[in-house]
Design a protein around this ligand. Structure first.
Ligand code: ATP
Ligand code: PRP
Length: 205
């Protein structure tokens, strides 16, 4: 049995057609049910649909053999016990620094609101900029507007959310897209099955 962890929400919409092309389908009644482990068209493959941030956790611990998650989530989580094998080229965006203006960027200690605590810390350390990270779980764009932080580190795609809140992009940290990740032990024990899936997905991108 092979278990695949999928991120629910935005990534899922773009993942399902991609898996279908590779030969894996989940029936609508499974998708719309309250079940947490879903059957597929194949007897030897099950799918779990979980929060994006939980995907690397399930894969790292071998509770899922493979998973699909955003590079933002993977950078934040770290690469323990998992291999990133394929860039799926979906859910593309950029991890950026943004603020009302560049005025505050010379503060001795920059206040940064983000849910990407580790990525933000790494980035500002590299810049030699001391910072105080304020962890948020969403609506980061609000933080500079209400004076909670000097800037944010968040995902930007069209730039509409920044613009709507009077923020400007200041610095690019990483290009983000969704990646296929494999549990390192599963890669050995289920090598043939996993390699077949990697090829099937890659050949249909
Ligand atoms: P959670 O439910 O765990 O809080 P979330 O609300 O961030 O996650 P989504 O908004 O569905 O979940 O985003 C999931 C993934 O989609 C992100 O990790 C990122 O890789 C990608 N993503 C997020 N925002 C964008 C965007 N504006 N454009 C393209 N891809 C995005
Ligand atoms: C993401 C991200 C930004 C927005 C950027 O939010 O956190 O707020 O998309 O996209 P844009 O540049 O095209 O406007 P999302 O819509 O996932 O909402 P959430 O942060 O509340 O999950």
């Amino acid at each position: 049995m092979l278990t695949i962890a999928l991120s629910k929400g935005r990534i899922l919409e773009q993942t399902l057609p991609l898996l279908k092309k590779a030969g894996l389908e989940i029936a609508d009644d499974e998708l719309n049910s309250r079940k947490l482990i879903l059957d597929t068209n194949l007897d030897d493959v099950k799918v779990i649909i979980i929060r994006a941030t939980d995907v690397p956790v399930f894969v790292q611990h071998g509770a899922a053999d493979m998973g699909i998650a955003g590079k933002d989530v993977l950078l934040e989580h770290g690469a323990n016990n998992l291999f990133e094998v394929l860039d799926l080229g979906i859910a593309k965006c950029k991890l950026m620094v943004a603020a009302k203006s560049s005025d505050h960027l010379n503060e001795n200690t920059l206040k940064v609101a983000t849910k990407y605590v580790n990525s933000a810390k790494r980035y500002f350390e590299k810049q030699g900029q001391s910072c105080e990270i304020i962890k948020l779980y969403g609506a980061m764009e609000l933080a500079p507007v209400v004076g909670l932080s000097h800037c944010i580190v968040d995902l930007v795609d069209t730039g509409n959310t920044l613009k709507a809140n009077g923020l400007i992009p200041l610095d690019h940290i990483e290009d983000i897209s969704s990646r296929l990740v494999i549990n390192s032990a599963s890669f050995k024990t289920k090598n043939t099955q996993i390699k077949t899936w990697i090829s099937a997905i890659e050949n249909n991108l």
